[in-house]
Structures are given as structure tokens and as C-alpha cells.
Ligand binder design. Structure first.
Ligand code: THU
Ligand code: ZN
Length: 297
């Protein structure tokens, strides 16, 4: 079992702890597929949402909050029935806006895994205004159910009434809906190809700055982040923040980053290069490789 779970496993009901322990091996990064979820429900006697609530201490152990020391864990439950854990991330010594919230981390985990709809978000602290706005960007966002310990379950529409959202800016294909923007690049560098693939799946209806970040670590593993914009702009999740959250979820250290790529579309009204360099330079001493590519016409 990974060290980071040792303390939180003691907070789980005994039957659940026993059943999940074998899954918490070195490769575990917070994903449980629908079959595993079903089995854990059976063993623990909990229903789906009860299981989500019971697993929150494990999700919170994925957090890295050097500023607040406040561990937030979240689980996004996909339409597929899979559980995607996420946790908050703060960059040491850096401006607070670089932070990733647990809900954003869990949602981006689901998105990167190909999930097309999120039905529920289970979280151990009340979702802040920024997260409510972020959830509102999702497909059927107002219907996403929020589960909190000791609180009645309620849809986002309860937490965020009179919402401002994509429809106010005439965007009809919200976050997680199937969409692809073809981008052109001739390269046989696998990292650049990965960045291109993810940038084409990024969500940038407001700026058209389709973009992705790929980070490579010393062990040859790669961690990607796609740009996820928000109708209210500020709650947008930058691809570098998503990639860093992904890397931490996979139990890698920032010091193991050996390459960092930002690929963005030339059609964007903005560029993420400045913001991306800012975040990268606080965590690793590597030069950002910046590529600007054209959309396929
Ligand atoms: N936090 C979340 O992760 N989700 C919320 O909605 C509430 C706040 C995190 C952000 C920051 O890392 C810490 O909790 C303190 O605000
Ligand atoms: Zn939040």
C-alpha cells in the first residue's frame, strides 16, 4: 500500500478497509471502475453514494495543500458508474490562484478518462462558489447531485440558483460533451503527439485557445492536462494546473519532472504561455517547450 494512504485507511469501516487495501498498490491513482465499486458496495453493505462518502478520507489523502494544510477530497461519479477521486493542490509559496480544488481535480480526472457525463460529486467540504460555477459548466450541470457528509443530497441547482452559465454566452456544447477541434502538427515526438491529441479534446469555447500540457517524469511516465474554460472565465482550469494535479494523483514528485510541453492553437484570442510558465517555474527547473499549431481548415 502507498504510504499516503496509511493514515486514512484507519478511518474506513473495517470491511471496506480490508477489501480496498489490495487496490491501493503503487499504481493506484484514485480510479475505481464500476465493477470494483459494485464489489466494494457488496462487501461493505453500503450503497453507491454511501460508499463514496466512506471513501472520502482516501480521496483527501491525494491532496497536497502546503499553504492551508486543509485536505479536501472529492469523488466524481460518472454515468459509467466509475469513481474518480480528486483532491486539492496548492503550489508552495505561490499565488493562491494557482490552486486546484478537489472538485476540479475529480472532474478533470473523469474527463481525462473519457467519461462523458458526471452524475454525482461527493466531497468532504461544502463546494465553494468557484467549484459550484465550475460544476455548472458540465453537461447537465444543474442536475449533478452533491453529496456531503451529514447533509441531504441536493442537485447543483440548490447550491447555485439563478446560475450564470454557458448558455448565457450562447455555448450549447458544455464541458464533457463530445467535441473535437482538429489541429495540425507534423512530428514523430510522442510527447508532442500526446499534447496535440489532448489539445484537440480541450474545451475552449470562449477564447478558442484549444490547449494542453504534457509533463514527462524521470521514469518516462507522462501526465497531461487539457484546458477547461468556464463561462465566468476566472474559474477556468488551466492545462498546467490539470497536469500537475494529475501528476500528484499518480504519486509523482514535482522534482521528477524532466520535460514540459504547452501546445496551443494559433486561432485563440489569448495565449496561456505566461500563466503556464509561472506555474511551471514554481515547481520544476525545466524550460517550457511552447508550440503554437494551426487548426485544420
Ligand atoms: N477547497 C477545495 O478543494 N474545494 C472547495 O470547494 C473548498 C476549498 C480547497 C482549496 C484550498 O486548497 C483549500 O481548500 C482552502 O480553501
Ligand atoms: Zn472549490
Amino acid at each position: 500500500m502507498q504510504d499516503r494512504f496509511v493514515r486514512s485507511i484507519t478511518q474506513l469501516p473495517e470491511a471496506l478497509a480490508g477489501a480496498i487495501m489490495p487496490l491501493l498498490n503503487q499504481g493506484f491513482s484514485g480510479h475505481l471502475d464500476a465493477v470494483q465499486v459494485k464489489e466494494l458496495c457488496r462487501v461493505s453493505g453500503l450503497d453507491n453514494h454511501g460508499l463514496g462518502l466512506a471513501l472520502l478520507p482516501l480521496a483527501a489523502s491525494l491532496a497536497k495543500p502546503p499553504v492551508s494544510d486543509f485536505y479536501v477530497g472529492a469523488i466524481a461519479i460518472g454515468k459509467s458508474g466509475d469513481f474518480y477521486m480528486g483532491a486539492n493542490l496548492e503550489l508552495e509559496g505561490e499565488a493562491l490562484f494557482h490552486s486546484v480544488h478537489a472538485e476540479q481535480s475529480a472532474i478533470s480526472h473523469a474527463w481525462l478518462s473519457g467519461e462523458v457525463e458526471i452524475k454525482d460529486i461527493v466531497v468532504n467540504a461544502s463546494p465553494c462558489g468557484h467549484c459550484r460555477q465550475f460544476i455548472n459548466e458540465l453537461v447537465h450541470g444543474q442536475k449533478v447531485h452533491i453529496h456531503l457528509p451529514g447533509q441531504a443530497t441536493a442537485p447543483l441547482s440548490h447550491y447555485l440558483p439563478y446560475a450564470f452559465g454557458p448558455a448565457d454566452l450562447n455555448v450549447t456544447s458544455p464541458l464533457l460533451s463530445k467535441q473535437q477541434t482538429e489541429l495540425e502538427l507534423e512530428s514523430d515526438d510522442p510527447l508532442l503527439i500526446e499534447a496535440l491529441d489532448h489539445a484537440s479534446l480541450s474545451y475552449a469555447p470562449y477564447s478558442r485557445c484549444h490547449a494542453a500540457v504534457v509533463l514527462e517524469t524521470d521514469d518516462g511516465a507522462t501526465f497531461c492536462g487539457r484546458y477547461a474554460e468556464n463561462a465566468a472565465f476566472n474559474p477556468s482550469m488551466l492545462p498546467m494546473q490539470m497536469a500537475l494535479s494529475n501528476l500528484v494523483r499518480h504519486n509523482r514528485e514535482f522534482s521528477s519532472i524532466s520535460r514540459a510541453i504547452l501546445l496551443e492553437s494559433s486561432a485563440g484570442k489569448i495565449s496561456l504561455v505566461g500563466a503556464t510558465m509561472d506555474a511551471l517555474h514554481t515547481v520544476a527547473a525545466v524550460q517550457l517547450e511552447h508550440l503554437v499549431v494551426d487548426p485544420v481548415r
